[in-house]
Write a protein that binds this ligand. Structure first.
Ligand SMILES: *Cc1c(COP(=O)(O)O)cnc(C)c1O
Length: 228
C-alpha cells in the first residue's frame, strides 16, 4: 500500500472512532509521525493532503524542516528534549508535545523568535509511571501547568502521554481516561487548554474514545521503522 492509501485508511479509522464515540467529525486531528523516514516520504504524505508532521529527534527533524521548506507544514516536536537543543526547536517547530520540566518551557519561551507566533506546548505525563519514560507524574502537574501558563511567547495547550504498551482495548482506555480527567481538572483555572495528545498506531481507537484531540500515528502511515 502507498503512503496515500495508508493515510486514507487512517483518516477513515479516525472518522469511524469519532462517530463511535459520539464526537464531532473533525474533532480529532492526525499528526503523521515521520521519525526515521526520509523527507521524500513526508512530501508524499503532504501531496496526499496531510499537513501536520511529528519528529522525535532534533537534528533529524530540523534537516526535514529545511529540506521541505517549500511546503506549508505544521511541524510538531514529540521526542525527549534536552536544554542544549531548545533553541533550534523554538526556531523551527510550531508545537512541542514533550515538555516535562519548567527549565525546558522557560528556555523555549525565551528562545522563541519574536517574529513567530507563540509556540504551542503540551506537558508530557508519565501516565503509567514507567522508569524508562520521560514525563511528570499527575501529582506534579498542577504546579507545573500553572507556572508554564504564565510564560510569554508560548501557549500552553494541554497534555500528552505514551502509556505502557497494552493490547486489550478496554485496558488501553484507562490511562487515556486519566489524562482526560487531569485536563478537565486543569481547565477549571486554565480554560484555554484544549489539547489531549494521545493515541498511536496500536491504541488510537481507545484514545479517541477517551477524548484525544491529536493522535500521533507513524507505523500505520509510513510502515514499520528499522530503529527507534
Ligand atoms: C514513534 C512515536 C509515535 C508513533 O508511533 P506508531 O506506533 O508508529 O504510530 C507517536 N508518538 C511518539 C511520542 C512517538 O515517539
Amino acid at each position: 500500500m502507498s503512503i496515500a492509501e495508508n493515510l486514507q485508511d487512517v483518516y477513515r479509522r479516525i472518522r469511524a472512532a469519532e462517530s463511535a464515540a459520539g464526537r464531532q467529525p473533525g474533532s480529532v486531528q492526525l499528526l503523521a509521525v515521520s521519525k526515521t523516514k526520509p523527507a521524500e516520504a513526508v512530501r508524499e504524505a503532504w501531496q496526499a493532503g496531510q499537513r501536520a508532521f511529528g519528529e522525535n529527534y532534533v537534528q533529524e527533524g530540523v534537516d526535514k524542516v529545511q529540506a521541505l521548506a517549500d511546503l506549508a507544514i505544521d511541524w510538531h516536536f514529540i521526542g525527549p528534549l534536552q536544554s542544549n537543543k531548545t533553541r533550534i526547536v523554538a526556531e523551527h517547530f510550531h508545537w512541542v508535545h514533550s515538555v516535562d520540566r519548567l527549565k525546558i518551557a522557560q528556555r523555549l519561551s525565551e528562545q522563541r523568535p519574536a517574529d513567530l507566533p507563540p509556540l504551542n506546548l503540551c506537558l508530557q505525563i508519565n501516565i503509567s509511571g514507567e522508569d524508562s519514560k520521560s514525563g511528570i507524574s499527575l501529582s506534579e502537574l498542577p504546579a507545573l501547568a500553572h507556572t508554564v501558563a504564565t510564560l510569554p511567547n508560548i501557549q500552553l495547550r494541554g497534555l500528552m502521554c505514551i502509556p505502557a504498551p497494552c493490547t486489550d482495548p478496554a485496558q488501553q482506555r484507562l490511562p487515556f481516561q486519566q489524562l482526560a480527567t487531569a485536563l478537565n481538572a486543569l481547565q477549571h483555572d486554565l480554560p484555554q487548554l484544549d489539547t489531549l495528545s494521545m493515541g498511536m498506531t496500536d491504541d488510537m481507537d481507545a484514545a479517541i474514545a477517551e477524548g484525544a484531540t491529536w493522535v500521533r500515528i507513524g507505523t500505520a502511515i509510513f510502515g514499520a521503522r528499522n530503529y527507534a
